[in-house]
Design a binder for this molecule. Structure first.
Ligand SMILES: NC(=O)c1ccc[n+]([C@@H]2O[C@H](COP(=O)([O-])OP(=O)(O)OC[C@H]3O[C@@H](n4cnc5c(N)ncnc54)[C@H](OP(=O)(O)O)[C@@H]3O)[C@@H](O)[C@H]2O)c1
Length: 265
């Protein structure tokens, strides 16, 4: 990584969402170039204008990450910005539905968006990332450590992304590319339906703002940790879940009537 005050040549997926936009705004001053990726062209253009006014060199790539043609355009954009040394796989979708009610399409779309697409993007961009000291940061979730009722497919995708991140990190440990996993807890963005927001409030689940999450992301970016979980209570719960899963089972079983009330709403 170069030692200027703008060390990053970055690609950020899901840049128009709650967390993505907040990361873009905080990251941009440290980028010599930044590629914003999302599906909403108008929002991408607006964000690009906002950042260009702050003298950041921004390109946008609008399209569905699950389409091959989008990654082809993304690679063209990477070549145009003279490389990449930071890939942030942030785009994602969620689904709060009992497993039996999830359609085959629900499950496929979720795994494609949250797991397969980021893996393919890593594969396609690795030859470019390997040209200099680089980072891949996969945005996971506390639900990448903790199975939770109603989120079976989402949890599967984020557990999978964490397993992928750990394996790839070890596989690339003798190269100049580091692979890291950043796990927010509940955050106030539109990925969470009203139903989920109301359930979180009743379960007394704490929620962060996207700005706070982006601030923690920036601290993580400049640290050496391979992963970061947000929230002390959530991190403790994950710790307990690893050591004594039966205790977590009982605690979550106690919450099941509330969770089921919202699943059936
Ligand atoms: N909010 C939370 O509670 C929470 C907690 C833990 C982890 N996370 C993770 O944080 C990340 C960002 O989530 P968020 O809360 O910021 O959600 P969000 O506000 O809904 O933003 C999601 C972003 O992903 C993009 N996206 C979704 N599917 C896409 C696709 N097929 N192709 C291209 N772009 C796609 C969206 O683009 P469009 O605008 O085109 O839809 C949007 O920019 C996700 O990976 C999520 O799993 C969120």
């Amino acid at each position: 990584m170069n030692m200027t005050n703008k060390p990053y040549k970055a690609v950020l997926t899901g840049a128009t969402g709650g967390i993505g936009r907040a990361i873009a705004l905080q990251l941009a001053p440290q980028c010599s170039s930044l590629i914003l990726m999302g599906r909403d062209t108008q929002k991408l253009e607006a964000l690009k204008n906002e950042l260009t006014n702050r003298a950041v060199n921004v390109q946008i790539v609008s399209g569905d990450l699950c389409d091959d043609s989008t990654s082809v355009r993304l690679i063209d954009a990477v070549l145009a910005q003279q490389g990449i040394n930071l890939l942030i796989n942030n785009a994602g979708i969620s689904l709060f539905k009992s497993f039996e009610a999830q359609t085959d399409e629900d499950i496929t779309q979720l795994m494609l968006t949250n797991l397969i697409s980021p893996m393919l993007l890593c594969k396609q961009l690795l030859p470019h990332l390997k040209k200099e000291p680089s980072q891949i940061i996969n945005i996971g979730s506390i639900f990448g450590y903790l199975g939770f009722p109603g989120f079976s497919s989402y949890c599967a995708s984020k557990f999978g992304l964490r397993g992928f991140s750990q394996s790839l990190r070890r596989e690339l440990s003798n190269t100049s590319v580091s692979v890291r996993y950043f796990a927010p807890r509940a955050t106030k963005t539109s990925i969470n339906t009203d139903q989920v927001m109301q359930m979180n409030a009743e379960l007394k689940t704490d929620s962060d703002t996207p700005d706070f999450v982006a601030g923690e992301f920036m601290k993580f970016l400049s640290s050496h940790a391979w992963e970061k979980k947000l929230g002390f209570k959530e991190s403790f719960f994950v710790f307990m879940n690893n050591l004594f899963p039966g205790v977590s089972d009982k605690a979550i079983q106690g919450q099941l009537p509330i969770i089921k009330k919202y699943l059936h709403k």
